[in-house]
Design a protein around this ligand. Structure first.
Ligand SMILES: *Cc1c(COP(=O)(O)O)cnc(C)c1O
Length: 436
């Protein structure tokens, strides 16, 4: 990590050379868009990114995603394309698939899904018929919209049964899930979440699925980087299929991935990704995925993932010390759900998100289990440490971040206090440059 000189204090780290060239090049042709791109680069560099699903990629990943590989149609799979001129794309996709299999220790990988939700569409189509029953955790309890929300494809074409969290502990209640599975006889059970701060017991889920003859799908979109490095237990060999995004804790380009250890299931998924639900693959993104998987296979990435969790635990402890209640009492992974009601009965997630943004702290409001407030207001915040850890922040800085969070929320977004915090964070960020 490079520490900025005192003279640079308060100035965000400059863009890497290729990014500067990019802004200049776009600017010569389209100053309007180039200006906004540069402003966004400054926003990212000068604020604290605590959205649990976001991260900062390396320049190698970023520039591969912005390369000439975008020009190519490569419908099909390596060796079986519908277009000529694919020899280098075949090799890039093979490398991405091989690295994905090595990273997650499984037999089959499809690297083409454009995003996590698309990977899930392919799995639903591969394993289910329309109208089949799927058992999942609803979004209001920490699930994902692609696991059965009514307006989503999943809730439109399939029958969705729900399990919940234990109302006291806010943890997965495996005995209750087993009971519900016996009642609704699902064809597929989904585990893996967007806002669950604890370890998932994949073996127990598989036992429940086996008891009712269901497939088990593990959607590890949030925890993929932790799973790849052994910081969270692996869904293999328990899950029949595993889906994920590549851009959250895995720190790759925005995209999806579908994994399996079963040749028949893998062949079905391949057909449902293409031609079932997508056309041409995004080969620039697949190259960026290959690079990110290569990074994740290095020992430094294991150290990074451990630090992500250590930082989350440090941030959680510092918030608890300031009288915030955390759902489940803390965290085992990269994220935490803060219940704001204990600190202040009238503090809402929506207000906190808005005040914190003006102070340079980027978070998202999030419903807490059994939240009495509606989804656009909420009583909670979801905080995650993957992005801050990519900038080199460690445990001592987490205590500082908790202090800033509390000053803004404790002052109810007071303009003068918020402006002071904004200045302090801008100066602080200059010491923690983006991955370079
Ligand atoms: C983020 C997420 C996804 C979907 O990701 P997109 O790339 O936005 O489609 C799927 N499942 C879970 C559990 C997620 O958290």
């Amino acid at each position: 990590m490079t520490i900025a000189s005192p003279a640079a204090l308060g100035t965000p780290a400059p863009l890497d050379a290729m990014s500067q060239d990019l802004v200049a090049l776009v600017g010569a042709q389209d100053p309007e868009v180039a200006q906004l791109m540069a402003q966004e680069a400054d926003r990212q560099a000068s604020t604290l990114e605590l959205i649990a699903s976001e991260n900062h990629v390396t320049p190698a990943v970023m520039h591969a995603a912005g390369s000439w590989l975008t020009n190519k149609y490569a419908e099909g799979y390596p060796g079986k394309r519908y277009y000529g001129g694919c020899q280098f794309h075949d090799r890039i996709e093979d490398i991405a698939r091989e690295r994905a299999k090595k990273l997650f220790r499984c037999g089959f990988a499809n690297v083409q899904p454009h995003c996590g939700a698309n990977a899930n569409i392919a799995v639903f189509m591969a394993l289910l018929e329309p109208g089949d029953t799927v058992l999942s955790l609803p979004i209001k309890s920490g699930g994902h919209l692609s696991h059965g929300l009514k307006p989503n494809f999943s809730g439109t074409f399939y029958r969705i049964a729900e399990y919940g969290l234990d109302p006291q502990s806010e943890l997965l209640d495996y005995d209750a899930i087993e009971r519900i599975a016996r009642e609704c006889r699902p064809k597929m059970i989904i585990c893996g979440y967007s806002a669950y701060p604890r370890i998932i017991d994949f073996a127990r889920f598989r036992a429940i699925a086996d008891g009712v003859g269901a497939f088990l799908m593990a959607d590890i979109a949030h925890i993929a980087g932790l799973v790849a490095t052994g910081v969270h237990p692996s869904p293999f060999p328990h899950a029949h299929v595993v889906t994920t995004t590549t851009h959250k804790t895995l720190r790759g380009p925005r995209g999806g991935l579908a994994l399996s250890d079963d040749a028949d299931i893998a062949a079905k998924i391949d057909r449902k990704v293409f031609p079932g639900s997508q056309g041409g693959p995004l080969m620039h993104i697949i190259a960026a995925k290959a690079i990110a998987f290569g990074e994740a296979l290095r020992p430094e990435f294991t150290a990074y993932s451990r630090q992500v969790v250590a930082n989350a635990k440090a941030l959680a402890a510092a918030l608890i010390a300031r009288n915030y209640r955390l759902c489940t009492g803390g965290t085992d992974n990269h994220l935490m759900l803060v219940d704001l009601r204990q600190r202040s009965a009238d503090l809402t997630g929506a207000d906190a998100e808005k005040w914190l943004e003006s102070a340079g702290i980027i978070v998202n409001k999030n419903g807490i289990p059994n939240d009495p407030r509606p989804p656009m207001v909420t009583s909670g915040l979801r905080l995650g440490t993957p992005a801050l850890t990519s900038r080199g922040l460690k445990e001592p800085e987490m205590a500082q971040v908790a202090g800033w969070l509390d000053r803004v929320m404790g002052s109810k977004g007071d303009a003068a206090e918020t402006a002071r915090v904004r200045d302090e964070i801008r100066a602080f960020c200059a010491h923690f440059p983006m991955p370079h």
